[in-house]
Design a binder for this molecule. Structure first.
Ligand code: PLP
Length: 375
């Protein structure tokens, strides 16, 4: 049987990884400034994480959501303490798309409305409603296109209000800092205005923190900079440092009832201990502080490179904007310098999404390589 050929692959085969480095079968070392697409938060194969998963699997790895699982409660408590999101309720699932899918479904149940409002250049995943709310017609199949979604320019409160006034929209879904789209972020005035409009017109505000959450931007959640209180917050990626886990934080105004949402694998024992280990290391190694500090250093270094026209994003969710497409540069960084970076929908943006354990030494290595390629 062949693999369904949907991924254009780099010809590299990682067989092991440690902290910010990935190693192939010849033991060639690659500096990982991509984090497997913003997934690796506490570093590859962190000993606390490895021990947590190893110990747990020796006891019990999985049982369904038909029985008590105290690890879910432990995770909810720890998440409350670290995120500062008091009184929210946690529903666990397995990926970012699934988190958004459940968020949108819940919004529709809660408001009894069915339209979605999303933003230009958004990315929310590849499942039914999540992909319909994603601004990329190439990945929206006819079955998904049955969902009714309005796409609005980021920052345009007037158009948002015109749409919400029609009283058909169950949810506004937004990445506070756009990931795949290319690191755009609007103003505090916009996010606060959006939150007010959602409350006025009985629309659920969903903050998609799948990529930006779990400390990546230097705050636990990227929306916290703008002092808003979303009704639902979706999480995944860095939450499990590679172990598949996602979830939604649900405001107490939205009530649960038996059977409203459900999943077989979501919140299983292994996923919970993986995420608990992530939270433990995030605190112990002060990784949110590190994210802010290294971000500043990165931005200072980038000033030295005149070809960089703009540096976008916050913390360790960064985009370097050039005035030429970066595809070739990215290939050179991987093949010549052994450095992984990311691309974006905007072809001129090189994305930097390293493990939050990255240090100045790694950033220096990246800039030396970049200078060499651009000279
Ligand atoms: C902001 C955002 N939301 C949702 C998703 C989908 O997550 P997953 O690939 O885990 O389904 C992604 C993935 O890149 C993302 O960046």
């Amino acid at each position: 049987m062949s693999l369904f050929n949907v991924y254009p692959l780099f010809n590299i085969t990682p067989v092991s990884a440690k902290d910010v480095y990935v190693y192939d079968e010849n033991n060639t070392e690659y500096l990982d400034l991509y984090g497997g697409h913003a997934v690796i938060s506490i570093g590859h194969s962190h000993p606390t994480y490895v021990a947590a998963i190893t110990n747990q699997v020796q006891k019990i790895g999985f049982y369904s959501n038909a029985v008590q699982n105290p690890l879910q409660i432990k995770l909810a408590d720890k998440l409350t303490r670290l995120s500062g999101c008091q009184d929210y309720q946690l529903f666990l699932c397995n990926s970012g798309a699934e988190a958004n899918e459940n968020a949108l479904k819940l919004a529709s149940f809660h408001t009894n409305k069915s339209k979605i409002l999303s933003f230009h250049n958004s990315f929310h995943g590849r499942t039914s409603a999540a992909v319909a709310a994603t601004d990329n017609p190439k990945i929206v199949a006819p079955i998904n296109a049955q969902q009714k979604v309005d796409f609005v320019a980021l920052g345009d409160l007037e158009v948002v209000e015109t749409i919400l006034k029609e009283d058909k929209t169950c949810a506004v879904i937004i990445e506070c800092i756009q990931g795949v789209g290319g690191l755009d972020e609007s103003t505090t005035e916009f996010y606060q205005g959006l939150s007010t409009l959602c409350k006025t017109y009985n629309t659920v505000l969903i903050a998609d923190e799948v990529q930006a959450g779990f400390g990546r931007t230097g705050d636990f959640f990227s929306f916290q900079k703008h002092k808003i209180t979303p009704d639902i917050i979706s999480i995944a990626k860095g939450m499990g440092n590679g172990f598949p886990i996602g979830g939604i934080l649900i405001h107490p105004t939205i009530k649960a009832s038996f059977g409203l949402l459900g999943t077989t694998f979501g919140g299983n024992h292994l996923a919970c201990v993986a995420s608990l280990a992530v939270l433990e290391v995030l605190v112990e190694e002060k990784l949110m502080q590190n994210s802010r500090m290294i971000s500043e250093y990165f931005k200072e270094k980038s000033i030295e490179i005149f070809q960089i026209k703009n540096i976008k994003g916050r913390g360790l969710m960064l985009g370097l904007e050039f005035d030429f497409p970066i595809a070739e540069l990215r290939k050179k960084l991987i093949h010549t310098h052994h450095i992984f970076t990311g691309s974006a929908k905007n072809p001129n943006v090189l994305r930097i999404l390293p493990p939050l354990t990255v240090t100045k030494k790694h950033i220096d290595h990246f800039f030396e390589a970049l200078k060499e390629e651009l000279k």
